[in-house]
Design a protein around this ligand. Sequence first.
Ligand code: SAM
Length: 266
Amino acid sequence: MNGTTTMNALIDDIVTNLGDIAGLDTLWPRGAVHRGGPHYRLRGTVGPVSIGMDECRVFGTLIQKTRPARCFIIGNAFGLSSVFISKMMEQCGGEAVVTLDNQSEGDGERNAAIAQSLTERLDCRLLSNRKGESPRDIASVAGEDPYDLILIDGLHRHPQVTHDFIGVREIATDDAVFCWHDYWMLGIPQSVAEAQRCGFHCVKINCSCEIVLGTRSETVYDRIEALYENTEPPRKRLRPTAFLKACHAMATGTLNTWRARTRHAR
Ligand SMILES: C[S@@+](CC[C@H](N)C(=O)[O-])C[C@H]1O[C@@H](n2cnc3c(N)ncnc32)[C@H](O)[C@@H]1O
C-alpha cells in the first residue's frame, strides 16, 4: 500500500469506529475555507468539530517524512486527530502521543469517554489522553522527555492560543515542528505572529481550515515546506471581520443570504 492508501484506510477505520461508538455527522463535505474536508462532529451536536480528513493527510505526510518520536496535542475532543496521529506514528517508529483537554467544549465528559473508547478499539499503544487545562497543566502532563511534534487545537481565542504556544515551547525540542489548526479563526494568527517574533519559520498550508507549520530549525523548515503544494506565508487578513462573517455564513448554510446582503451594502 502506498502512503495515501494507508492514510485513507486509517481514516475509514476511525470514521467507521466513531460511527459505531457514537454516530457522526458530516460537516463541510468539500472543505471550509479551502477545498478539502469533510470534517465530523458527534451526531446531533454543534461541536466540537474535528480536523478535516484532508488535514489528516497533511499530518500523515508530515509524520511519514519526518518520523517524530513524541507528540503533544492540546485539544482532543472525541479523539479523531489524536488517534490518526498516534496510529501514523506507530507505523513510523514513534514513541508517545499525549493529549491534554479540559473537556470544556460540548459534552466534554462524553467526548473524552468516546475518545478513550476509540483509543482502545484501535489499540493505540502510543496514546495517552489526559484531562487538564492548557497552559496550566502542560508541564505536569508532559513529563520529563521533550516533544518533537506539537499540535495546538484547543480554545480558539486571543490570547489563549498565544498562551498555549508559550506553554508548549517549554516542552519542545529545539527543532520541534509546531502545528496550529484553524489559522482562519480568532487567536491563531496572533499566536503564529508571536512564534515568528521568537524566530520561528512558518508556512501556511491552504487545506480545509488552514494549518500553519512552524519550527525554529531552518533545515527542518526547508524539509517540511517542500512537502506541500498549496502553501503561502501566514499573513494577516486585510479584513478579518468580513472574512470571519463569510466563513460563519458558509458554516451555517446562509452564504447566499450573506452575499445578497453585502451586495446591497456596496
Ligand atoms: C477543536 S476541538 C479539538 C479537535 C481535535 N483536535 C480533533 O480534530 O479531533 C478543541 C478542544 O479543545 C478543548 N479545550 C478548549 N480549551 C482548552 C484548554 N484551555 N485546555 C485544554 N483543552 C481545551 C475543548 O474541550 C475541545 O475538546
